[in-house]
Design a protein. Structure first.
Lengths: 113, 114
């Protein structure tokens, strides 16, 4: 069955370091992948979209990679700040079959000052 | 200047009751969605409407009925509420029927069925 896996354990890092979050998927051929940020008690906020034919996408301190061979996306936050502390969700969309975004359960990031 | 708004924010009710959640977006989007986020934080799509027409209807009990009076509004009515319906329900919207577009989420409605 199709599965999206994000590390359910919280990621704790020191301020200034680079945070790297992982999104793995199986039995899926996504056309593209999105990353969202969710703060407690709030709705997800869109961050970045990367297409299957793109290897890397950047936006300010954020970088996303997409490896369709490894079936994995990595989400990096450079020079992390305490304000980056939140849960980060990856979401996949496939052009075939079920035409809807499928979300992972998210990874909580905690940046220590 | 709220982009996607939902009411109510909190909803506590008894099993068997009927309740509605309202959603409005002022972004000029023509596609709207309802998602359910359970206790394990999985966000699952329930319905999607494009210009008031249903385009996605996931395996959701018939007790859930969405209604879109116009493309800026998508309401969710739930009949005969059950304990398992307790969750956070998010409304979202995007441009176009092409689901490649980023989605804008509302603040969520926290439903607790007792």
């Amino acid at each position: 069955s199709q599965k999206i896996e994000q590390n359910s354990e919280a990621l704790n890092i020191q301020e200034g370091k680079t945070a790297t979050l992982t999104c793995n998927y199986t039995n899926y051929s996504p056309a593209y992948l999105q990353w969202y940020r969710q703060d407690p008690g709030r709705g997800p906020v869109f961050l970045l979209l990367i297409r299957e034919n793109e290897k890397e996408k950047r936006k300010e301190r954020l970088k996303v990679t997409f490896d369709t061979t490894l079936k994995q996306s990595l989400f990096h936050i450079t020079a992390s700040q305490p304000a980056d502390s939140a849960t980060y969700l990856c979401a996949l969309f496939s052009d075939t079959g079920r035409r809807a975004l499928t979300f992972g359960s998210g990874t909580r990031l905690q940046v220590q000052p | 200047d709220t982009a996607v708004s939902q009411t109510p924010k909190y909803l506590v009710t008894q099993m068997g009751n009927d309740k509605s959640i309202k959603c409005e977006q002022n972004l000029g989007h023509d596609t709207m969605y309802w998602y359910k986020q359970d206790s394990k934080k999985f966000l699952k799509i329930m319905f999607s409407y494009n210009n008031k027409e249903l385009i996605i209807n996931e395996t959701v009990p018939n007790r859930f009925s969405p209604k879109s009076p116009d493309k800026a509004h998508l309401n969710l009515h739930i009949n005969s509420l059950e304990l398992g319906d307790s969750a956070v329900y998010f409304c979202a919207s995007s441009y176009g029927q092409n689901i490649q577009m980023s989605q804008y989420f509302g603040p969520g409605t926290r439903l607790l069925v007792l």
